[in-house]
Design a protein around this ligand. Sequence first.
Ligand code: ADP
Ligand code: MG
Length: 337
Amino acid sequence: MGKIHIMDEWLSNKIAAGEVVERPASVVKELVENAIDAGSTSIDVFLVEAGLTSIQVIDNGSGMDEEDALIAFSRHATSKIHQEHDLFRIRTLGFRGEALASIAAVSKMTLITSNGESGTYLELEGGHVVTHKPGALRKGTDITIAQLFFNTPARLKYMKTIQTELGHTIDLMNRLALGNPTIAFRVLHNGQQLLQTNGRGDVQQVLAAIYGVHNAKKMIAFEGTSQDYRIFGYASLPEITRASKNYMSLFVNGRWVKHYLIQKAIVDAYHTYLPIERFPIVAIFIEGDPYLTDVNVHPAKHQIRLSKEPELLQLVEDTIRASIRQIIRVPQIEKKE
Ligand code: ADP
Ligand code: MG
């Protein structure tokens, strides 16, 4: 008899969890992205001890019926892509159908979900359903993750301080709020409110909620189009700078991404207006045919491959430069060699 066998789903979920679920912030990311994909207009996030004790996400989206709620925890269960063709036209934040299975495998999870017609209540431990009964009829989903990594002690040991873990989650929530100004977000930590947006679609209001009203007032709007891309957003005046590139947030078709060359194009747009080693606060929204943007590079989907990249970089640099030049009144800072 051969030695090779197909591992059971429970074990493979636990292994996949190592990739998808790095820390509390990764759980928050997957749950909130699911809430966004479900068409929610209001999303509340409650954290206890930076999410290490519990993470609760309550949305008012589509909810799930009982059948879907039960299958949602299976690996590769997704309502978002059906065929290969869909992979090249991804509009939703999720599509791999891995998150819930992975998170459930390493936590104790409670799910209350309703599509408005029926309600379902489920409790899972390490990915196994332990309670299943009818739930409340409030349309939307209420999901609680308790004791993350309770059955993977090695991963639990790797967690940093509450402050560090909370920092990662706040950073993430700030970007999700920025990327979705038409959704009202609330984030509470140990009962204390850390972020609140009103969901009225006003990016500047979200910027004010994150960076303060004073800074938001010092940000200028920009907008530009090229053959394949449309960009818009806000960029801070050179008097408002930060020591880190982290304050430049990039969104491609609504998804927050990291892209070194776009960041560089933004900095180049400021030319000599920025002091050495200082960076602007920017929120830039890039829209283009999903065909041009491949997000299926890594499970966390932070990275993106762009077609027609030079065209986009030029558009970013030109558009931001033009809007800064229009407003700027401060003298240029001499660049030291
Ligand atoms: P993916 O988001 O990649 O499809 P997930 O494991 O994150 O995979 O979720 C599996 C499925 O569960 C989703 O495709 C969706 O149909 C359903 N789902 C998850 N969270 C929610 C939610 N908050 N509201 C409605 N449906 C949800
Ligand atoms: Mg998902």
